[in-house]
Design a protein around this ligand. Structure first.
Ligand SMILES: NC(=O)c1ccc[n+]([C@@H]2O[C@H](COP(=O)([O-])OP(=O)(O)OC[C@H]3O[C@@H](n4cnc5c(N)ncnc54)[C@H](OP(=O)(O)O)[C@@H]3O)[C@@H](O)[C@H]2O)c1
Ligand SMILES: O=P(O)(O)OC[C@H](O)CO
Length: 335
């Protein structure tokens, strides 16, 4: 049956999460996805074979639904939503081609769980400051959801957070399909900071497992981490929020425990004695927690919240402190 594709959505980024989001969006009969990737080889391959050769290569990408674009300007043209799915550390370069005029009137959706390094800014704050998009025209995709499980169509839940309930409700509808349920929420900052911080915790879990600590220790660390997240998020953006819900606690748990977690894997390599450089080279994918540890540690110089787990990860990754020694010190802070 021929469907009329009445809504264009741009997806920016070519990694695993971008590929999974393209797949989810393609489930909507009326949507055409305009997909920008930086790799010319991947673009050529997708055009010919309808699969991303580099990430989630089993996912079929229908040429009727997905238009792959070499130019970011081409991808956003006519799109009502622009979905950003590049690790925060690399977001500035590709968006440099865009201007406030080109993005005016569009809704920006951040699928990024990271902060723009050097600026120590949430992606939504950085977009508002750089492109003048009001926060009410933005939302973030959060919740415990690994791209690999989306590829396998395993039942998953997402949270779409925005300061503007209508914006989060509208986008939740587009992200809901047979195997994904997306729920709206209005706690934009809380969700965004919690998503950034859970990556640091997963790194810490990986480090301790790499050293030889067991599940008993990890459970205590994750419980303490939830309190650390609560202290920091409350200091930065005080308001009522249920941190035990899936956008916060659920996301922390999946990242801390899943076989698919990039951040946990990265931490595990560090715990087993890899240098940061060697671990980054070995892992094809990006562990946002590496950058987040620095951003949150630096932000906390202002807030002075007690954050022993973040500090431990920062000292290991950025000051070269020995993981076993740092974790020995951390033990004294956990209950
Ligand atoms: N994966 C998930 O399950 C998942 C779930 C929820 C949220 N997220 C979030 O989604 C965002 C994207 O993560 P991902 O998992 O899709 O990452 P990924 O699979 O590790 O892919 C990395 C992406 O970053 C690009 N990249 C790497 N180095 C770059 C550089 N120096 N300059 C510019 N681009 C570079 C890669 O492009 P090339 O392929 O061309 O190298 C690729 O598109 C992150 O913020 C992550 O936290 C991921
Ligand atoms: O678990 P990670 O470190 O791969 O991060 C991916 C997502 O944030 C999980 O929701």
């Amino acid at each position: 049956m021929n469907q009329t594709l009445t809504e264009k959505i741009a997806v920016i980024g070519g990694g695993s999460w971008a590929t999974a989001l393209v797949k989810i969006l393609c489930e909507q009969p009326h949507i055409q996805v305009r997909w920008w990737l930086r790799s010319a080889e991947d673009i050529a391959h997708i055009r010919t074979y309808h699969h991303n050769p580099s990430y989630l290569s089993d996912v079929y990408l229908s040429p009727k639904k997905v238009k792959v674009c070499d130019k970011i300007k081409e991808a956003i043209k006519g799109a009502q939503y622009v979905v950003l799915a590049i690790p925060a550390a690399f977001i500035e370069e590709p968006l440099r081609e865009l201007s406030p005029e080109l993005l005016k009137g569009k809704r920006i959706v951040s699928a990024i769980k990271g902060m723009v390094p050097h600026k120590n800014k949430l992606v939504t704050d950085w977009i508002e400051e750089t492109y003048g998009i009001p926060l009410d025209d933005m939302c973030v995709i959060a919740g415990p959801c690994h791209a690999e499980e989306v590829a396998l169509e395993k039942q998953s839940y997402l949270t779409i957070a925005s300061t503007n309930l209508a914006c989060s409700e509208d986008f939740s509808k587009l992200m809901t399909c047979r195997y994904v349920t997306a729920n709206p929420l209005t706690d934009l900052y809380g969700v965004e900071y919690a998503a950034v911080m859970k990556n640091i915790v997963a790194l810490a879990c990986g480090i301790t497992h790499g050293i030889g600590y067991g599940d008993n220790f990890q459970a205590v660390m994750v419980a303490n981490a939830m309190q650390e997240i609560r202290r920091f998020v409350t200091a930065v953006d005080p308001r009522e929020r249920d941190l035990s819900s899936s956008a916060y606690l659920g996301d922390l748990l999946v990242t801390a425990y899943s076989q698919f977690s990039r951040n946990r894997l990265f931490g595990n390599m560090i715990g087993r004695g890899y240098s940061v450089k060697a671990a980054q080279l070995e892992m094809k994918m990006i562990a946002e927690g590496y950058y987040a540890a620095k951003s949150i540690f630096t932000m906390n110089e202002k807030y002075q919240v007690s954050m022993p787990i973040t500090e431990a990860v920062y000292r290991i990754l950025y000051e070269g402190a020995a993981p076993a020694f740092v974790m020995e010190q951390l033990k004294k802070h956990l209950k």
